[in-house]
Design a protein around this ligand. Structure first.
Ligand code: PLP
Length: 386
């Protein structure tokens, strides 16, 4: 079945007793044993819960993997995943990684003797050069947050495979609707389900999917041992959100392209980062490995002094962190998502003090553009008054 069908049918036919079309929420933390040495397949909810299992099977299926895992947040998923590594191991990661992942790698993993080298993973020669004998994984985001840099997933996976390392892809921005890294050679795909998969800014979630049974068994052990699992109510919200993922991604993308084109023509906007724009670096590579451009874009305004008035003037678009929900959101990466990354480091890859990031929602595109227009106008007049 095609992905639209699998999404719409998520959770259906999982309860043959009642025929429930919407998957039941199993709140029970424990499950009675039929007899000594017997199990219904469910014993204790941290290990396995029927509602969570539906979500975990769904993400495995959507990513064309064999095992899926659901966690209390994207960071909980990443924190569990990196427990695969030992002191003395080395990782190579995209240099404009999500700020929270960077913080985990730098402030927690490094303390435990696991070091990460950051490179432009869009440059395979740089990836190759960064790999050491003790490199255990490449950690890739494509497109990156917020400058939408593109990495060749298959190219990275080939380098990792030759060195016996894993390829991990954070697929939050594209979702499995537009991009399926496991098909391109990656070993682990991860999501902040909080974003597009949940899609309504109302549930925090992290998801992992793998295509190798043995790796799946290791992650199952870690997930149960560490215990940062997603609760059954939130699993249900995720399944509910996934049902409309295809429709939402199409609309996010349609709106994002129109907004990106409009911004590119605006005299106060000096740069627009969106992989659907003709001049976007890596566009060709992106089109080879993805079937869409998504709903995220960033833009640079002419002067840093415009940022505060823009954030203060938007009326429809909310000035809020996060992304991927039906409501349009605007953020200021330098002070929010990328605050933990040193200024010289972030500026080197384009996260300047003039950069704003937009998560384009599914409202009417003309209303989104009208809001940006009045906010840019308010900023321009405030700047010229000063
Ligand atoms: C939000 C985000 C995360 C972290 O997920 P949480 O659900 O907020 O813990 C990781 N990677 C990317 C790309 C994200 O956008």
């Amino acid at each position: 079945m095609r992905i639209e069908t699998r999404l719409a049918q998520a959770g259906n036919r999982k309860d043959p007793v009642t025929g429930a079309v919407s998957v039941p929420i199993h709140h029970s933390t424990t499950f009675a044993h039929p007899a000594l040495g017997q199990s219904t397949g469910f014993d204790y909810t941290r290990t396995l819960n029927p509602t969570r299992k539906v979500l975990e099977d769904t993400i495995a299926d959507l990513e064309n993997g064999v095992r899926g895992f659901a966690f209390a947040s994207g960071m909980a998923a990443i924190a569990c995943l990196v427990e695969l590594f030992e002191p003395g191991d080395h990782l190579v990661a995209s240099n404009d990684l999500y700020g929270g992942t960077y913080r985990l790698l730098e402030q927690i993993l490094r303390r435990k003797g696991i070091e990460t080298t950051y490179v432009d993973t869009g440059d395979l020669a740089a990836v190759e050069a960064a790999v050491q004998p003790n490199t255990k994984a490449l950690f890739v985001e494509t497109p990156t947050n917020p400058t939408m840099k593109i990495t060749d997933i298959a190219g990275c996976a080939a380098i990792a495979k030759r060195r016996g390392a894993l390829t991990i892809v954070d697929n939050t921005f594209m979702s499995p609707y537009f991009q399926r890294p496991l098909d391109l050679g990656a070993d682990v795909v991860l999501h902040s389900g909080t974003k597009y998969l949940g899609g309504h800014n109302d549930v925090l979630c992290g998801l992992l999917a793998v295509k190798d049974e043995q790796l799946g068994e290791k992650l199952f052990f870690l997930q149960n041992s560490i215990g940062a699992v997603l609760g059954p109510q939130d699993c249900w919200l995720m399944i509910r959100g996934l049902k409309t993922l295809a429709l939402r991604m199409e609309k996010h993308q349609e709106n994002a392209l129109l907004v990106a084109e409009w911004l590119s023509r605006h005299p106060q906007v000096t740069k627009v980062y969106y992989p659907g724009l003709p001049h976007h670096p890596g566009k060709h590579m992106h089109e080879k490995q993805s079937s869409g451009y998504g709903g995220m874009l960033s833009f640079e305004v002419a002067d840093e002094s415009m940022v505060e008035p823009i954030l203060g003037s938007v009326k429809l678009i909310s000035f809020a962190e996060s992304l991927g929900g039906v409501e349009s959101l605007i953020t200021y990466p330098a002070r929010q998502t990328h605050f933990d990354i040193p200024k010289e480091v972030r500026e080197a890859y384009g996260v300047t003090d003039r950069l704003l990031r937009l998560s384009v929602g599914i409202e009417h595109y003309q209303d989104i553009i009208a809001d940006l227009e009045q906010a840019l106008e308010a900023a321009r007049s405030e700047v010229s008054v000063r």
